[in-house]
Design a protein. Structure first.
Length: 361
């Protein structure tokens, strides 16, 4: 009997048409490039991984927000021993200039956000048991420059952040039919200029967090039983004296994620004088306090995306402006970050998407 070995893989996307696979050594923190998948639909700038089915999903950004082309969503079978990818199939992503993808909590569908200026969309793409995709079961206009989405913990609601419309669209989600229905209050506005870019939900509390790209802030919202967002609290993720002046189109922040235990929120800042990962503690009712900004010994440059490992012991950064990847260890008590490793993709241009998974091979 052949004993299975658990291997750790980091998949990296960016501009161009390549997804690169890195092996990750938990002991040393080293990333090693081991496989290239060429011919992926143009600009795979966001990835999602299904560890159970050993499948990777990628979307294609393509062309830009003002002149978007129909995007594609692609599924790949992962070889758990080598990290190599084999294409299963691809379908329409549900919009143009698609910039975000996530697997629903049941694993039966993908949610995608497409950042067209004219008609930013949220879409639902059915996923079969073997990872094969079907054409979208729903695609709706959420608002200008839809840039991210999140599903509530109970699976009943979906939230879509729209930078151009300066609002968060709110939907009820029927995963059986794969359909979305706008709530009675279809959207929640944010003060302009803010640029809501990404949204995540707390794993145990009825709270959602939204990062504001143009003002460098994070807003926490209480989630009502009806699914509607309310009672916002806004916090700067910049250290004192470095908070930017909000301006439409000026990018100051990018990504955020909640730790698996819900104790910490991490968010990226990306102004010329403050390139960092902000560490925020989660208090009563999910409210946030800024603990620190981590600079990675000055190596963080354009942190467009990052991802925590499922156990929240490591944090991986796609360092777009420096064309590098960074690995941080997460302290289990303070939740502060310590730089452990760096790597440079061999073929991916401007890395801006990472997906991490541990697979039995």
């Amino acid at each position: 009997m052949v004993e299975k070995t658990r291997k750790h893989w980091l998949f990296v996307g960016g501009y161009g048409s390549t997804v690169e696979t890195f092996s990750f050594d938990e002991g040393s923190g080293a990333l090693t490039s081991v496989a290239l998948t060429e011919g992926v639909a143009e600009s795979p700038t966001f990835l999602a991984l299904d560890e159970q089915r050993q499948v990777l999903f990628a979307i294609s950004e393509k062309a830009g927000a003002d002149k978007p082309e129909p995007g594609r969503a692609t599924s790949f079978r992962i070889d758990p021993r080598s990290g190599a990818l084999t294409k299963i199939n691809d379908v329409w992503s549900g919009g143009g200039n698609t910039v975000s993808v996530q697997l629903t909590r049941s694993g039966k569908a993908l949610l995608t956000a497409s950042s067209s200026t004219a008609e930013g969309r949220i879409a639902v793409i059915p996923v079969a048991a073997d990872g094969r995709l079907s054409e979208p079961s729903d695609s709706q206009i959420a608002g200008k420059n839809a840039h991210g989405q999140a599903q509530s913990v109970n699976g009943k609601f979906v939230y879509v952040v729209c930078r151009g419309s300066e609002h968060i669209a709110q939907y009820r989600f029927d995963e059986t039919s794969g359909k979305l229905q706008a709530l009675a209050v279809p959207s929640v506005s944010v003060p302009a200029p803010s640029g809501p870019r990404r949204v995540v939900v707390h794993p145990t509390l009825p709270v959602a967090y939204v990062i504001l790209d143009w003002s460098g802030e994070v807003v926490s919202y209480q989630i009502a039983e009806s699914g509607e967002l309310g009672d916002p609290q806004t916090l700067s993720i910049f250290p004192p004296g470095k908070a930017p002046q909000a301006a439409t189109g000026t990018m100051t922040a990018a990504e955020l994620e909640v730790s698996a235990d819900g104790r910490t929120v991490y968010a990226t800042t990306r102004t010329p004088d403050c390139q960092s990962i902000a560490v925020l503690s989660v208090g009563a009712q999910g409210r946030l306090t800024l603990v620190a900004n981590e600079y990675g010994n000055g190596l963080i440059k354009g942190p467009r995306h990052f991802m925590l490992s499922p156990d929240s012991r490591h944090l991986f950064v796609a360092n777009q402006d420096a064309n590098t990847l960074l690995v941080f260890a997460v302290d289990s008590e303070s939740r502060r970050l310590t730089l452990r490793g760096t790597a440079t993709p061999t073929r991916v241009k401007m890395p801006n998407a990472v997906a991490y998974g541990s697979l039995d091979g």
